[in-house]
Design a protein around this ligand. Structure first.
Ligand SMILES: [Ca+2]
Ligand SMILES: [Ca+2]
Length: 237
C-alpha cells in the first residue's frame, strides 16, 4: 500500500469510527442530594398565564439535547422546559413518554401548575458559572397547583459541557399526577424518573439525568486496532 492509499484508508476508518462513537447520547437518571441554587434574588423574573409557554430564552451557551444542539428553549407554566419542535404547553396533568402531547421536553415537575393561582410565587431564569461549565437555571418558587393552590418549589438546571440535566426540589405539596423526566423530539423514547402523585417524598432532594456517549461497538474497536497497525506500518516506511 502506498502512502496516499494508506492516508485515504486511515481517513475513511477515522470517519467510520467517529460516526459510530457519536451514535447518540443516552441518558440515565438517579436521585442526588440537595443543592438548591435559589436564583430568586439574582435571576430574571418572568410571568406566564395559565397553560402557556415563554418565547425562546437564550442559555448563553450550547447544549446538546438528544443529539441536537440548542442555544435556547421555551419554558412551560406547567413545569417543564420545551426544546420543540412542536412547542406544546402541556395542559394539564403530567403525561407519559409518548408521541402524543408535548415532545422534546425536560420535565422538572410536569403537572397542572398555575402561577396565577398563588399570591407569592414567582418564576426566574439565570445563567451562572464560568465558560465551559455554565449552568442555565429555571426556578419555580412557591408556584401553585391548579386548582388547589398547593405550592411547589423546584429548579431545572442544564449543564454546559457535560450536557447533563439536573432538578433540585425544595418543599413539594402533593396533588394530581406529576411527571419527572425527559423525552425526545418525537416522543418515541425518554428517561422517566418518576410519574405519580406522591411527590412530597422528593422534597429537598435532587435528580440527575446523566448524558453519556455509548461505548464504541466491537466494529469501532476493531477499526481502531486496524488504524493502530496501519499507522505503525506507515511510520516504519
Ligand atoms: Ca410526548
Ligand atoms: Ca396550568
Amino acid at each position: 500500500m502506498n502512502k496516499k492509499m494508506l492516508k485515504a484508508a486511515l481517513a475513511g476508518l477515522m470517519l467510520s469510527v467517529s460516526s459510530i462513537a457519536s451514535a447518540g447520547l443516552i441518558y440515565s437518571s438517579s436521585q442526588i442530594g440537595s443543592d438548591f441554587r435559589d436564583i430568586s434574588g439574582s435571576g430574571t423574573q418572568f410571568s406566564l398565564s395559565d397553560d402557556a409557554l415563554t418565547g425562546d430564552i437564550a442559555f448563553g451557551f450550547n447544549f446538546n439535547f438528544y443529539d441536537i444542539v440548542h442555544d435556547s428553549a421555551r419554558i412551560s407554566s406547567n413545569g417543564f422546559i420545551d426544546f420543540g419542535p412542536d412547542y406544546d404547553e402541556g395542559c394539564c396533568t403530567g403525561g407519559t413518554i409518548a408521541p402524543t402531547g408535548p415532545n422534546g421536553i425536560f420535565a422538572g415537575l410536569w403537572e397542572d401548575l398555575d402561577s396565577n393561582n398563588d399570591t407569592t410565587g414567582n418564576m426566574f431564569y439565570q445563567t451562572i458559572g464560568s465558560a465551559g461549565s455554565r449552568e442555565f437555571i429555571v426556578g419555580f418558587y412557591d408556584i401553585a397547583h391548579y386548582p388547589t393552590g398547593n405550592l411547589v418549589n423546584f429548579e431545572m438546571i442544564i449543564h454546559e459541557g457535560s450536557n447533563n440535566l439536573e432538578i433540585q426540589f425544595g418543599s413539594l405539596a402533593n396533588e394530581d399526577v406529576h411527571t419527572i423526566g425527559i423525552e425526545n423530539y418525537d416522543g418515541t423514547s425518554g428517561e422517566q424518573f418518576y410519574r405519580g402523585t406522591n411527590i412530597s417524598q422528593f422534597s429537598n432532594t435532587g435528580v440527575l439525568f446523566q448524558a453519556t456517549v455509548p461505548e464504541p461497538s466491537t466494529l469501532a474497536i476493531f477499526a481502531l486496532g486496524v488504524m493502530g497497525l496501519a499507522s505503525r506500518r506507515f511510520k516504519k516506511q
